[in-house]
Design a protein around this ligand. Structure first.
Ligand SMILES: C[S@@+](CC[C@H](N)C(=O)[O-])C[C@H]1O[C@@H](n2cnc3c(N)ncnc32)[C@H](O)[C@@H]1O
Length: 264
């Protein structure tokens, strides 16, 4: 899949799936996954917290055709009929509509706290990119971060969603506890308005450089920040650009919205 098609997907198709990833983080996902591929850093992809599949389908779109994306969710939103929720049905429909059909063998349906690391690695092998976006309470974060730690490859990335969001304060506590409780094994290399990107310390500089040099991120200001013993890059997306993007998409100019995020 050529990146221009993926950019088109990010700016045209992603918003058709109800959910929570926006272009800046979608471009960070793309940049990191491309960098891993270019450097032969293999592994599966996984996400806890699918909702209707916005970031799940982004991962599927970026993944190579032979790469699997494992998804974990309660899938209990909406009415149930024939044992299937509205959420699950709509998720499958989005996959068919987007030309990214869901492989149901790659789904673990239920509370993420009940699944083992082996149930993940048996399906996708060790994981190179793990998105943690399920339950937002501290017990969920403790369990989900451990599941991610126990399944990622040495070069694996763990992405925590909704960090520093006052609506979900325990996400930040859980993410920070994870970094502090793991003997300095993990460090933060990138932070955006919504997400915190973590990897093993040995790969910190590699992924920092991947962000600094990513062609897709040229439109952003990259600021330095310091978090729990590590220098991380903070991706700054000015209010003016966010506003322009929202105005374009809400006024029917979605096809042009990609221009708001083009490199200067
Ligand atoms: C914020 S949404 C995920 C958003 C999604 N990643 C996106 O891109 O739109 C959180 C999801 O986590 C799921 N969830 C909440 N608690 C969970 C748990 N304990 N185990 C598995 N999934 C859970 C919910 O069903 C919901 O679909």
């Amino acid at each position: 899949m050529v990146p221009s098609n993926i950019r088109k997907f990010i700016f045209h198709d992603l918003r058709s799936v109800e959910g929570y990833i926006d272009p800046p983080d979608a471009l960070v996902f793309l940049s990191l996954l491309e960098s891993q591929r270019q450097h032969g850093l293999h592994g599966g992809l996984a996400e806890i917290g699918i909702y209707f599949g916005r970031s799940y389908f982004l991962l599927k779109k970026i993944a190579a055709p032979n790469e699997d994306v494992l998804g974990i969710d309660l899938f209990d939103i909406g009415n149930m009929s024939d044992g299937i929720s509205d959420q699950y049905r709509l998720f499958l429909e989005h996959g068919d509509r987007l030309g990214l059909p869901v492989d149901e063998d790659m789904l673990l349906v239920g509370d993420s706290r009940t699944f083992s690391a082996e149930e993940i690695t048996d399906r996708v092998g060790t994981v190179r990119f793990f998105s943690v976006d399920g339950g937002h309470s501290l017990p969920n974060l403790v369990s989900d971060s451990h599941l991610a730690r126990d399944t990622v490859a040495d070069h694996g990335i763990i992405v925590f969603d909704d960090t520093f969001n006052p609506a979900w304060p325990e996400v930040t506590v859980g993410m920070a506890d994870f970094i502090r409780d793991n003997d300095d094994a993990f460090s933060t290399f990138c932070m955006t308005k919504y997400k915190t990107y973590v990897c093993r310390r040995e790969f910190h500089d590699f992924y920092r450089a991947a962000i600094e040099q990513a062609p897709h991120l040229g439109a952003f200001e990259l600021a330095e920040t310091h978090f729990l013993g590590c220098d991380a890059i903070r991706l700054h997306n000015p209010f003016s650009r966010r506003l322009l993007y929202e105005l374009m998409t809400r006024s029917g100019m979605g096809a042009l919205s990609e221009r708001a995020y083009r490199c200067q």
